[in-house]
Write a protein that binds this ligand. Structure first.
Ligand SMILES: [Zn+2]
Length: 186
């Protein structure tokens, strides 16, 4: 449930069978998050929120509502750009280096630039690329794509895997290092 609050903006309320009391935290988007016992009525949720305002402001590092909205807007733009650009670039590099994958997915996890998965049932492969890639220089973006493509042949980070990455991107060590200056989270 989402409460629209004049001070905190959108407050995410989770009614949780396991929680025994009210807990406040910050979501990855910088919003206030409340966890309350499952059967807590809405009016009580609002009362808890109102009586905890000062405590929340002094203890939690929340983003103000306009920053929250700006982040949402930015994420939406990156998502659109990523959906247009990444599948095209992935296909291009796969063709250039002779890789075949089955599915492509855009992700927005805050910790990973990409992933390559082989599904147990039918052995089909999915490559996911993070929308945050739209914010890094093209050579680093290509490095991530090459990295995930090389996983189609090596589902690990073995010597053979890195040798394959290096055969397509001779400067991969430098690119990998530079990528650490960026974060996939938006
Ligand atoms: Zn990897």
């Amino acid at each position: 449930m989402i409460i629209k609050d004049s001070e905190f903006g959108e407050v995410i309320v989770r009614k949780n069978a396991l929680s025994s009391g009210v807990k406040f935290s910050v979501s990855t988007s910088g919003r206030l998050q409340m966890s309350v016992p499952k059967r807590t009525p809405d009016f009580l949720v609002k009362r808890y929120l109102n009586s905890s305002r000062e405590k929340i402001k002094s203890h939690l590092n929340l983003k103000d509502p306009s920053t929250q909205r700006a982040r949402d807007a930015k994420k939406k733009i990156l998502m659109k750009q990523a959906k247009e650009y990444l599948p095209y670039r992935l296909k291009h590099l796969a063709n250039e280096f002779g890789y075949k994958y089955d599915n492509f997915r855009v992700s927005h996890a805050s910790t990973r630039w990409g992933s390559c998965t082989r599904h147990g049932k039918d052995g089909s492969t999915t490559i996911s690329l993070n929308i945050g890639l739209m914010q890094v220089p093209e050579v680093l973006r290509d490095y991530v794509i090459i990295h995930e493509l090389a996983h189609l042949n090596h589902m690990d980070h073995s010597k053979a895997f890195w040798a394959e990455v290096g055969s397509h991107d001779p400067h991969y060590k430098m690119h990998r290092k530079k990528l650490e200056m960026f974060s996939p989270g938006v």
